[in-house]
Ligand binder design. Structure first.
Ligand SMILES: C[S@@+](CC[C@H](N)C(=O)[O-])C[C@H]1O[C@@H](n2cnc3c(N)ncnc32)[C@H](O)[C@@H]1O
Length: 792
């Protein structure tokens, strides 16, 4: 449910909101609601949208009819890895042709087809009933493939239209990006992929940019963390704020001045507000564009849903505009077709904060069919779509004087004058209707903050230009509800925001005197909890370890990390800053932010990516490891560039097969030369590069680098069960893992029990037999997350 922080109500004034992304990011590959087509009817909906003239008369029936059809399944192959292309070729060249001739219950079933406008053909559409996926052997196999690859993050199930906003943002690896309403995170994942566009098959890049993924719902921020685990990034921060009052983030000015790859030198202590290059406002909305997926909306739909959300949507967009860099871009999107939630919000925001313009993106995605934004509409002020007023003034006058202050609608619900609508170019907004390309309904607008005409440096007296706080106060729209502190800060921020680049270090700034990050007795720099801290925010602090910290030094020596390893960017999360279980890695800008801001005020839930974990359990003790660390499989791509190449073991596909088939293969199970190479290794974490090649019908299309744990007697592949199965399916064409064999055995046992004369007579379920050399360190501790660099 959409909740403004502490408001305890949905979004705005009594509206119902859609919180989940269209298509969401759940991996169930299932739709949730079943409703008879005859019940997909709502007179209010039809009357309202006919009154809005959103479509021509000739299109109306096709629109309405398509709103009642089930939504096709759509997915995309995740884009930042080179693996994506390989996997995509596999769908195109193997799966799609195999599915082309399938006939189910006498009818031909359409194979998956590529979405015409998605770059590089990486997105697909599948119009197949659930029954077919379950019962047709060919589609069942394809479905299993999709489920496994989704599980490990190589495929993302996402509604087609939901893929649009990140594409329009055009994020690059150096961009500072903000996702204001991010959960559950399908678009966050796309943004991360764009930041990581330079990743290779085996190693993750270290983007200099930043992605702040925010959501006001604390529980849903954990969906974001789950989502981000598919593409671990040192550039990610997850926050839990009401986006309409998102606090200014402070950053030392020198961070702004030093390019990627150079060491950050502290030349002064001035701090400025971090301004973003790209902001996504995928705001909470009524979701009436998702009726094909959520048919329950038919029953309850009312114009008051959109009316109630308009205020919050506008406040979120306006806050984004204040946090945007000159020349930066905002994408505002909803999965509603209601102009009150769309053009009305955009027009009001553009009118209240000058210096922005709508961008014509009509040629950006060839193949995408859409309709231009509309310039006029008719708000209705009751749920039955019977009462309307030509102007806000007329509406107010209809209310008794003592009720006017509590009027449900504000002036910005009404359209601007025709001249204003022309000047704002509302036609540059994009409306997507279900009947155009068999999708959900959607709205996207791209706003840009204009560059100043000349780079002339402004004096402090005229630093506040068009987008000043004073202008905001004269706006007809409600001023964002900022706390007193935020308000003052926003005023300062505005001044800074309008200062031409390079950011002058002389600008007087109240925050310049902000204290240095707290340093504890051990010299560890801690994420600060200072004055203004949010005492209700219960996340653990963020503590950066000093590069000479014994824990870091142990990691460096055990994992054989090279001199350029960014030891200063490693942090731990716990209340005392002492006990270490996991170590996270961030990039420079994330570190700067954590050290310069109170993490509770930012409501920072997590940042960076977990790369190393302390190996605990019986095996570590048995191996007399005092403090043993292992690289997590999801952290490996980030760590790989720093691992000494000589310490990486080489292996072939036969070795991988042994590790797949057995949880804890003993050394004698391996062939030479791998056996002799790993035997002398100390007990602990090792990195193995499996070379591309073939083994019978199995094929590894490119090198694969994975972490293993070497104990006294065995070698364990340290990837999570499901990731292992996905890898096995891809490389060996079947799931050869121990887990799959055990599951098959369990199914057979279950079947035998159900066929036995009585439940009592059934034999007890067989214990899972531990294989020779089994320790306790393997699967139980194995991390979740995709095996990066996989793909064959
Ligand atoms: C449409 S969904 C976002 C979907 C998401 N962008 C995606 O692609 O997965 C809207 C989200 O806004 C969140 N939300 C509602 N009110 C908010 C507010 N005031 N500030 C920030 N997030 C808010 C909801 O919790 C919900 O997760």
């Amino acid at each position: 449910m959409a909740r403004g922080k502490g408001k305890g109500r949905r979004g705005g004034k009594g509206g119902k909101s859609r919180d989940a992304a269209p298509g969401g990011t759940d991996d169930s590959w299932r739709t949730t609601e079943v409703i008879e087509k005859a019940d997909m009817h709502n007179e209010r909906f039809e009357a309202y949208y006919k009154a809005q003239n959103v479509l021509s008369e000739g299109e109306w029936d096709a629109f309405l009819e398509s709103m009642k059809e089930p939504l096709p399944t759509t997915f995309r192959v995740t884009g930042s890895r080179q693996v994506a292309q390989l996997l995509n070729d596999m769908i195109k060249d193997t799966h799609a042709p195999q599915l082309a001739g399938v006939v189910f219950e006498g009818e031909a079933v359409a194979p998956p087809k590529q979405i015409p406008w998605y770059p590089d053909g990486l997105a697909w559409q599948l119009n197949v009933a659930k029954k077919v996926l379950r019962k047709s052997p060919e589609f069942k196999k394809f479905h299993n493939f999709l489920v496994f690859e989704t599980e490990v993050g190589n495929i993302s199930r996402q509604e087609a239209v939901s893929m649009l906003p990140p594409l329009f943002l055009e994020v690059e690896p150096h961009h500072r990006v903000m996702d204001m309403c991010a959960a559950p995170g399908s678009k966050t994942a796309q943004l991360l992929e764009a930041l990581h566009a330079h990743d290779t098959v085996t190693a993750s890049s270290f983007p200099s940019g930043l992605l702040v993924a925010n959501d006001s719902d604390h529980k849903r921020t954990h969906m974001l963390i789950h989502q981000a685990a598919r593409l671990p990034s040192p550039s990610l921060m997850v926050t839990n704020h009401d986006a309409s009052i998102f606090p200014a983030i402070k950053i030392p000015s020198e961070q702004l001045a030093f390019p990627e790859g150079t060491k950050t030198r502290v030349v002064n202590k001035r701090q400025h507000q971090l301004l973003f290059d790209r902001i996504l406002c995928d705001v909470p909305c009524s979701g009436d564009g998702t009726m094909r997926k959520n048919p329950g909306i038919w029953k309850h739909w009312s114009p008051m849903d959109g009316n109630g959300l308009h205020g919050l949507q506008l406040r979120i967009l306006e806050r984004a505009m204040r946090m945007l860099q000159k020349g930066g871009r905002i994408v505002y999107s909803t999965c509603s077709i209601n102009p009150v939630e769309n053009e009305a919000v955009v027009a009001a925001a553009l009118k209240s904060i000058p210096g922005f313009e709508l961008v014509d993106m009509s040629n950006h995605l060839p193949g995408l069919i859409f309709r231009p934004g509309i310039k006029t509409w008719t708000p209705f002020v009751d749920r039955f779509v019977t009462t309307k007023f030509p102007t806000y003034q007329a509406y107010l006058e209809s209310l008794p004087e003592n009720k006017r202050a509590d009027a449900k609608l504000v002036e910005s619900h009404w359209p601007p004058t025709p001249a204003e609508a022309d000047a704002l170019h509302l036609e540059y907004c994009m409306r997507i209707y279900p009947h155009l390309q068999d999708t959900g309904g959607f709205f996207v607008a791209v706003l840009q903050k204009k560059q100043p005409p000349a780079p002339a440096r402004q004096g402090p007296e005229n630093k506040r230009n068009a987008d000043t706080v004073e202008d905001l106060e004269t706006s007809d729209t409600k001023k964002p509800k900022l706390s007193a502190e935020d308000d003052a800060e926003a005023a300062d921020d505005e001044a800074l925001a309008t200062t031409p680049e390079p950011v002058p270090e002389a600008a007087p700034d109240a925050e310049a005197a902000a204290p240095e990050p707290a340093t504890d007795a051990k010299g560890k720099g801690k994420g600060r909890a200072t004055q203004g801290a949010d005492i209700h925010f219960k996340e653990n602090p963020f503590t950066f370890l000093k590069p000479d910290d014994p824990v870091i030094q142990t990691c460096i020596s055990q994992l054989q990390l090279q001199a350029d390893f960014p030891a200063a960017n490693m942090l731990i999360r716990n209340p005392t800053g002492d006990t270490v279980r996991s170590i996270y890695m961030t990039n420079d800008i994330v570190k700067q932010i954590v050290e310069s801001n109170d993490y509770t005020r930012m409501r920072l839930v997590t940042c960076g990516t977990k790369v190393v974990a302390k190996q605990e359990g019986a095996a570590a003790k048995r191996d007399s490891a005092e403090m043993q660390f292992r690289i997590l499989s999801e952290g490996l791509p980030a760590m790989l560039p720093y691992v000494a190449p000589a310490s990486i073991l080489s292996a072939d596909l036969a070795t991988l097969k042994v590790m797949m088939e057995t949880y804890y293969p003993v050394l004698s199970q391996f062939q030479e030369p791998f056996r002799s190479a790993i035997a002398p290794k100390a007990q602990g974490c090792c990195i193995v590069r499996f070379a591309q090649g073939r083994l019978g019908t199995a094929a590894l299309a490119h090198d694969l680098v994975l972490p293993v744990w070497k104990s006294n007697v065995s070698v364990t592949l340290m990837i999570e069960k499901k990731a292992k199965s996905a890898l096995s399916l891809r490389v060996f064409g079947e799931d050869i893992t121990t887990a799959a064999r055990e599951a098959a055995q369990q199914r057979r046992d279950q079947q035998a029990r159900s066929q036995a004369p009585s439940a009592e007579a059934a034999p007890p379920e067989a214990d899972v037999v531990r294989e020779e050399g089994a320790g306790s360190e393997g699967q139980a501790d194995a991390p979740t997350g995709p095996p990066m660099g996989t793909g064959a």
